[in-house]
Ligand binder design. Structure first.
Ligand code: ATP
Length: 199
């Protein structure tokens, strides 16, 4: 099985490209979805978080208080590191299990959809890194429109991440998502055909 590591910046178009790859027949392993599942009440990662951060990080019903945790790690780097150290191994293991299951079921191509692929160092899990790229201006305007936020809020969110330009240097394939969707789809199809040709 050939595994693509799909990454990019916030609102650069990862989900859009991931949906195109799914249409072409790829199995998608979504690390954002896994990140939400592993912290559901009672899960091992949830238990570790409660042990590290205390029951004060829970809402009635046992769900994590994401807003509180988000504010906490935004203002305290050590707390962010601690939360990452707890969650990343669980996300990695669960994603690897999903990839292994896809391979056992005969999938030819899988996509590890991972916004933090490069920051966390999950390149070893994939055969090629695909970066979905947009210009800074477009990234801001699409983010503002999608999340109904102001320009300064969008800039804050973008600024808290590794720059999309820096991610380009890790890319085996760059999908330029600046133009209309048809132009993006065309690039995805060409890159997809490149995989088939090399297998
Ligand atoms: P996040 O990391 O925040 O989940 P993402 O990288 O998955 O974002 P998308 O949700 O795919 O990004 O795209 C961001 C927004 O831009 C969405 O509203 C999407 O519909 C829109 N969008 C994506 N690609 C294009 C395009 N080529 N032309 C116009 N709009 C686009």
């Amino acid at each position: 099985m050939y595994t693509i590591g799909l990454t990019g910046g916030i609102a650069s178009g990862k989900s859009t490209v991931s949906a195109m790859l799914a249409q072409l027949g790829a199995v998608i392993v979504d690390t954002d979805k896994i990140a939400r599942e592993i912290v559901e009440p009672g899960q091992p990662a949830w238990q570790d978080i409660v042990a590290a951060f205390g029951e004060g990080c829970l809402l009635p019903g046992g769900y994590l208080n994401r807003k509180m945790l988000g504010d906490l790690i935004f203002s305290d780097k050590n707390k962010r590191r601690l939360l990452d150290e707890i969650t990343h191994p669980y996300i990695q293991n669960t994603a690897q299990q999903a990839l292994d299951a896809a391979e056992r079921q005969g999938a030819k191509v899988a996509v590890l959809d991972a916004p933090l692929l490069i920051e966390v160092g999950w390149q070893f899990m994939v055969q090629a890194v695909w970066v979905v790229y947009v210009d800074a201006q477009k990234q801001v305007s699409r983010l503002m429109q999608r999340d109904k936020i102001s320009c300064s809020q969008a800039l804050d969110r973008i600024g808290s991440q590794m720059s999309l330009r820096d991610k380009l240097s890790y890319a085996d394939v760059v999908i330029d998502n600046n133009k209309e969707l048809a132009a993006t789809r065309q690039q995805v199809i060409i890159a997809w055909q490149g995989i088939a040709a090399n297998q």
